[in-house]
Ligand binder design. Structure first.
Ligand SMILES: [Cu+2]
Length: 231
């Protein structure tokens, strides 16, 4: 498939290592035969790890990436291989867990937390795999403030990210129509604004990390927004 697809073939020239690899493969896949109910065609040995999710995310230093990292262990025919122990390693920050086992579909996942590098890699491998799967992830400093326009009848942008301790400012440009900022959910529920119109501002400082959802109570369908507070 794409650049993330890594293919290897066991080289015929190294017979002793190949024997070793197959021995390891029998060990790690033996669990499959005990728990598989339906398949009459058990997969062969795993020969490849292909990235299936979480590659090339851009997020903020010292924060967990929004999407888990996942790989599929495949046999020579491309079928997923269950029961393969995948080892994960991050160049910056860290992964949790550092070892995970492929599920019935052959997929293993981990969660990556970015460190303080702008470009970071996470590798996934299993015993006997010649070329590891390599993820590239991108870090940046989180914004320390956010700005949202309040117009008829939308919050723009409807999603802002701010670092904990940072402030988001809503700026009205709505003529005579009254709007408000009322929080519905979050780690805490900040105080709402009053009903405001014309050109004015309202701001909230966020101290707790998490997702905050808000709306205007007069226009709850079109006027909704969220604030994502990160470390
Ligand atoms: Cu409104």
């Amino acid at each position: 498939m794409g650049a993330g697809s890594l293919r290897i073939a066991f080289p015929n020239v190294f017979l002793p290592p190949m024997t070793t690899i197959h021995a390891a493969v029998v060990l790690v896949t033996s669990g499959f035969f005990a728990c598989s109910g339906g398949s009459s065609q058990p997969p062969g040995p795993p020969v490849d790890l292909v990235i299936t999710g979480g590659n090339t995310q851009s997020w903020y230093f010292s924060n967990r990436l929004p999407t888990p990292l996942s790989v599929i262990a495949t046999d020579p025919s491309g079928a997923g291989v269950p029961g393969v122990v995948v080892m994960w390693s991050a160049s910056s920050g860290g992964v949790t867990p550092t070892q995970s086992t492929t599920d019935a579909s052959g997929v293993a996942t981990t969660i990556d937390s970015l460190g303080s590098s702008t470009t970071q890699s996470v590798t996934a491998t299993f015993t006997g795999l010649a070329i590891v799967a390599s993820f590239s992830e991108f870090g940046q400093a989180p914004p320390t403030a956010g700005a949202v326009a309040v117009t008829d009848f939308a919050f723009t942008p409807d999603s802002v990210v701010v670092q904990a301790g940072g402030t988001v400012t809503w700026t009205w440009n709505s003529g005579l129509t009254l709007h408000n900022v009322t929080f519905q959910s979050g780690p805490t529920i900040p105080s709402p604004s009053t009903d405001l119109s014309g050109t004015t501002t309202f701001n909230t400082t966020f101290t707790n990390v998490g997702l905050y959802i808000y709306h205007c109570t007069h226009h709850p369908i079109s006027m909704t927004g969220k604030v994502v507070v990160v470390h």
